[in-house]
Design a protein around this ligand. Structure first.
Ligand SMILES: NC(=O)c1ccc[n+]([C@@H]2O[C@H](COP(=O)([O-])OP(=O)(O)OC[C@H]3O[C@@H](n4cnc5c(N)ncnc54)[C@H](OP(=O)(O)O)[C@@H]3O)[C@@H](O)[C@H]2O)c1
Length: 322
């Protein structure tokens, strides 16, 4: 039974880690340990009806070989230090930072889109990367459109909640006047693009296995607590009507289409597992263009839930090999 596997959550006290613990408890996992930095080691954290001791995520603790699978949500530099130690001790590792996402040979997985890739990790060092919180819902929507009509190019504008930047930013928003919140692009610059925009392009290309896909993005942080939204303009190679696109998306796994007068919002998406998609209409500025709008819970499908789905593919893969 995969729910009896020994699971370690590294970064358990953070925005993603706490949601991960909640989802694991809901799914019936009961052999779970919580790890974080020395700052919160020794404290206790809620898990199901009870709580867990928070252990310090030292290389010695993660390298002890007594955990089957780790879910990491600690940031890129801590992942670069800790994931190899856990992997060397034989554990499977799902990493939510950008440490491994674009490194050749490491699967970057959205289970509904390219789940089979996760099992390749079992033939190597058992490390799978979880994509960026905007890439995951975008690829869930692009995959069925590509299979039917062929993607020619994609333009995206994102509206990303502060929980995407961690628990401290959530606390800051809770205590500030939202009318004075700066609508910032709070990433670093890679040429003319932010690193977030560059990640969205490169990760989407890797997951869809379309290395040349033209994809232009503008990513913006907005004063919303949970829920990332994206306005998406898709050009396809073969004609596709908005009604046909909506039907494809209605059949797509983990996608829920909303028809007017309903449309996706962060509030509607928060706490939900599915990617909400609506406003599906013709893009009148392009010959074969579809415009749509999506919202998804960045802490669930954008991070914790997607990582748990990857973990379950790995655990099932190992069980099948046994
Ligand atoms: N938030 C999202 O929507 C989202 C989506 C996708 C991916 N991610 C990625 O997930 C990771 C975590 O994000 P978050 O939003 O949960 O951040 P967060 O709220 O700031 O939480 C960070 C967690 O990592 C722990 N930590 C920090 N440095 C550590 C170290 N050196 N050793 C061990 N533990 C350490 C913290 O422990 P303490 O409490 O002890 O400080 C805390 O549990 C990042 O890589 C982020 O890019 C986030």
């Amino acid at each position: 039974m995969t729910t009896q596997s020994r699971i370690g959550i590294v970064g358990a006290t953070g925005a993603v880690g706490t949601v991960t613990l909640g989802l694991l408890a809901e799914r019936g996992y009961d052999n779970v340990r919580a790890f974080a930095s020395a700052r919160s080691a020794g404290s206790r954290i809620a898990f199901g009806e009870g709580d867990l001791l928070v252990e310090e995520a030292t290389p010695e603790a993660l390298g002890a070989g007594d955990v089957d699978l780790f879910l990491f949500s600690v940031g890129t530099s801590a992942s670069r230090e800790l994931v190899p130690v856990a992997s060397a001790a034989g554990a499977m590792c799902v990493d939510k930072s950008s440490a491994y996402r674009l490194v050749d040979g490491y699967p970057l997985v959205v289970p509904e889109v390219n789940g089979a890739r996760a099992l390749e990790a079992l033939e190597r060092d058992r490390i799978v990367a979880n994509p960026n919180c905007c890439t995951i819902p975008l690829t869930c929507v692009l995959k069925p459109l590509h299979e039917e009509a062929g993607l020619a190019r994609v333009r995206v504008s994102t509206y990303q909640s502060v929980s995407g930047a961690g628990a401290q930013r959530m606390d800051a928003l809770a205590h500030e006047d939202p009318t004075r919140h700066d609508l910032v692009m709070d990433w670093t610059w890679e040429g003319d693009d932010s690193d977030e925009e560059a990640k969205l392009r490169a990760e989407t290309r890797k997951i869809l296995e379309l290395p040349e896909l033209p994809l232009s993005a503008t990513c913006v942080r907005v004063p919303v607590m949970v829920g990332h939204s994206e306005a998406v303009w898709v050009e396809v190679e073969r004609p596709l009507s908005p009604d046909e696109a909506a039907e494809l998306l209605r059949d797509a796994p983990s996608v829920r289409v909303l028809d007017l007068p309903s449309f996706p919002t962060p509030a509607a998406a928060a706490g939900e597992d599915e990617v909400l998609v609506g406003r599906i209409r013709r893009d009148t500025a392009a010959e074969n263009g579809i415009a749509l709008y999506l919202s998804s819970d960045n802490l669930r499908k954008g991070a914790a839930l997607n990582a748990i789905q990857i973990a379950e593919l790995l655990l099932e893969g190992v069980a099948a090999q046994a």
